[in-house]
Write a protein that binds this ligand. Structure first.
Ligand code: GAL
Length: 675
């Protein structure tokens, strides 16, 4: 792994560039990202480029031995461009027209802006595409940041009926898919269909799901134009984009098809502050971040691109790593001493190729002047630089070993953006919407020391002995075929609540779980939802109770009431009086030891933990129950223990053939284990 930094030469006097570059190199950094917001200094007037400063900046970095990621500056269109076509400005879904003066002020569908973006990308690639130091490209910056992905401007509105026509072919097909006879919503032609926004009450769920798809596809189509300009002018240099933490509006699996490598921006403390978590938990992890929230994003983005044959995954980076305080959360604590180093090791242990800190030196003005860098405002080193230097020295020392083989995770957790959208559109229970359904089992797996690949359901899953599908809400025959393929290996597949509830157009399956019924051997007869804070109980069948060491489990939010066929075993039943005795967890045996479990209830973390411990052990894996706040990851080919607590921890690694290992507070240990 290598380290890097985000740098803005255009913010600083040119005399500082060479000393900055020398110091970066001396600190052990190898990569520098530049340029992604520099349009107004690069092209101050239409068609008039000031290449000189960027030429000199790139050369200065190159002379110091640094490699450059060049960003296209299209997240920040300059004033003259906006003035030349004011209708490129975005309109928010609530109808607010957004103006110039910050960033991301464009409509993804605007033809003129797409052309202008493609042109500036082409001109940059023409000039720097073969520069020896320019080794990678970043297209734009954080699509959708500041809630800018879903829009309602003129160009977006005009693109919508055309997109629908391409999807449905005939207006009858759309009317059927959206079930528009209900409330007299029938349309007679595509031109009549407006964006499903600003309606009196909710618009049709099918329309809203299509709007989510359409918005994500518009951003990706916008992105594709720039990639098409860069690739032929810069052969062999990977094209990336920096995705955001827990950002659901953009389908990163679809974006991944337009990238050579993916990167994401890791701000552990900001992420924790913004998360819908209990205050007590936030206070506990306020200065280190929550290990599993960070890890989930690593595991999601590492899996966003389909791996090449024989490889565990495609290159993935952290393009922006929090180096100290951020400026954008409601409260912005200083990280604990050691936290920057810990986050960097965690990324390495999750398979990252590069971790690049945001940013070199803090801004002296403008919106982000309260955001830390590796240096302080006066250019002297901050805590983050000392920790980055320490990691660089550790990496250097580690390169004397034979490079370990990177690893796929033993467990796959299936996630689709379309299911996330369906849950947001129709949560049906206050506790359902958002990432929670996927995070609960994910947290339980991580607390058992099990690495997880978060993958879309259409990947080849046959190498995984345990596949957890927390909620495959939308189900069609293609999904059934993909899962059937997974079950052709000796896999345990678990389908969680709401799986198979809908067709892809969000019409309900008359018999749930629709096409997954043959695999699960059960149907969903009814559903129940629980008020926030309410807890329901399950009674486990004796054999399961023995294996799990408890006769009960608890659930919250959601309950699918199952109706298994005769050949399907019941593992647990609801104890809730309104439907006591109804099956809640079933198991259908398949050939060669494969099996499909159906879990109707949204388990709490502890119950998930006990069930997953059992399933993992039965699948031949070695769960390692970990102390709270301590995590284990092995993607880098070696085990790495990370302690996110502010007190030391002892970890019992005997399940892996090791001993008891002490991990210092806010620290890491790479223990030697047999095999
Ligand atoms: C990211 C963004 C950067 C900077 C950073 C501050 O979202 O890409 O440009 O704003 O946040 O934390």
């Amino acid at each position: 792994m290598e380290l890097g930094v985000c740098y803005y030469p255009e913010h600083w006097d040119e005399v500082t560039w060479a000393p900055d570059a020398t110091r970066m190199r001396a600190s052990g950094l190898s990569w520098v990202r530049v340029g992604e917001f520099a349009w107004s200094v690069l092209e101050p007037r239409p068609g008039h480029y000031e290449w000189g400063w960027l030429d000199r900046a790139v050369d200065t970095l190159a002379e110091a031995g640094l490699k450059v990621v060049l960003g296209t500056p299209t997240a920040t269109p300059p004033k003259w461009l906006v003035d030349s076509m004011p209708d490129m400005l975005p309109v928010a879904p609530d109808g607010r027209r957004l103006g110039f003066g910050s960033r991301r002020h464009y409509d993804f569908a605007h033809r003129g802006y797409r052309d202008a973006s493609a042109k500036v990308a082409a001109d940059l690639a023409e000039r720097y595409g073969r520069h020896e130091a320019v080794r990678a490209w970043q297209v734009d910056n954080e699509y959708g940041c500041h809630d800018s992905l879903r829009q309602a401007g003129r160009a977006t509105r005009d693109a919508w009926p055309r997109w629908l026509e391409a999807r449905y072919g005939t207006i009858q097909a759309l009317n059927e898919a959206w079930w528009t006879t209900f409330w007299s919503m029938r349309y007679s032609c595509f031109e009549d269909v407006e964006l499903p926004l600003q309606t009196v009450t909710e618009a049709a769920p099918g329309a809203r799901l299509d709007y989510a798809r359409f918005s994500s596809e518009l951003a990706i189509a916008y992105h594709r134009r720039q990639v098409a300009e860069i690739r032929p002018r810069s052969p062999g240099r990977p094209v990336t984009h920096n995705a955001m933490l827990f950002f659901g509006d953009l389908d990163a699996h679809a974006l991944g098809r337009e990238l050579d490598a993916i990167t994401w921006d890791n701000y552990p403390l900001g992420m924790l502050e913004m998360a819908p978590l209990p205050e007590e938990l936030k206070t506990r992890f306020a200065r280190t971040g929550h290990p599993d929230l960070i890890a989930f994003n690593h595991d999601l983005y590492r899996g966003a691109l389909e791996p090449a044959a024989g490889e565990p995954y495609r290159p993935f980076w952290v393009m922006e790593q929090q180096p100290g305080q951020v400026n954008w959360a409601p409260t912005n604590p200083l990280p604990s001493p050691g936290a920057v180093r810990l986050w960097t090791h965690q990324a390495l242990a999750h398979g990252a190729d590069v971790v690049s800190y945001f940013r070199w030196r803090p801004a002296l003005g403008a919106q982000e002047h309260m955001h830390a860098g590796l240096l302080r405002h006066d250019g002297t080193p901050d805590q983050g630089l000392a920790e980055a230097e320490r990691v660089a020295a550790e990496l250097l020392a580690a390169t004397t070993d034979a490079a370990p083989q990177r690893r796929r995770a033993p467990v796959a957790l299936l996630f689709s953006y379309h299911d996330l959208w369906a849950g947001e559109i129709q949560p049906h229970a206050a506790g359902w919407a958002g990432w929670g359904p996927w995070l609960h089992p994910y947290l339980a797996l991580r607390s058992l020391g099990l690495d997880v690949d978060v993958l879309p359901p259409d990947r080849d899953l046959r190498a995984y002995s345990l596949v957890i599908a927390p909620s495959l809400t939308l189900a069609d025959e293609a999904l059934e075929a993909a899962l059937e393929r997974a079950l052709s290996a000796a896999t345990t597949l678990l389908l969680g609540p709401r799986s198979g509830a809908y067709r892809n157009d969000m019409r309900v399956h008359e018999q749930q779980p629709g096409p997954l019924g043959g695999l699960s051997g059960t149907r969903v007869a009814r559903v129940d939802t629980l008020r926030p804070g309410s807890v329901g109980l399950l009674t486990l069948e004796p054999a399961l109770a023995d294996a799990m060491g408890s006769s009960a489990a608890s659930y919250h939010t959601w309950a699918d009431l199952l109706e298994p066929s005769d050949s399907t075993h019941v593992w647990a039943r609801y104890a809730t009086p309104a439907y006591a005795g109804v099956p809640a967890l079933t198991c259908r045996e398949h050939e060669r030891g494969a099996r499909c479990l159906t879990l109707g209830a949204a388990l709490d973390s502890e119950s998930w933990g006990r069930l997953l411990h059992l399933l993992a052990s039965q699948a031949g894996l070695s769960p390692v129950p970990l102390p709270d706040g301590v995590r284990l990851s092995q993607h880098a080919g070696r085990p790495c223990l990370q302690n996110f607590r502010e007190t030391p921890a002892e970890v019992d690694l005997r399940p892996l053939g090791g001993g008891v290992v002490s991990v210092p507070e806010v620290g890491v240990v790479w223990p030697d284990l047999p095999g």
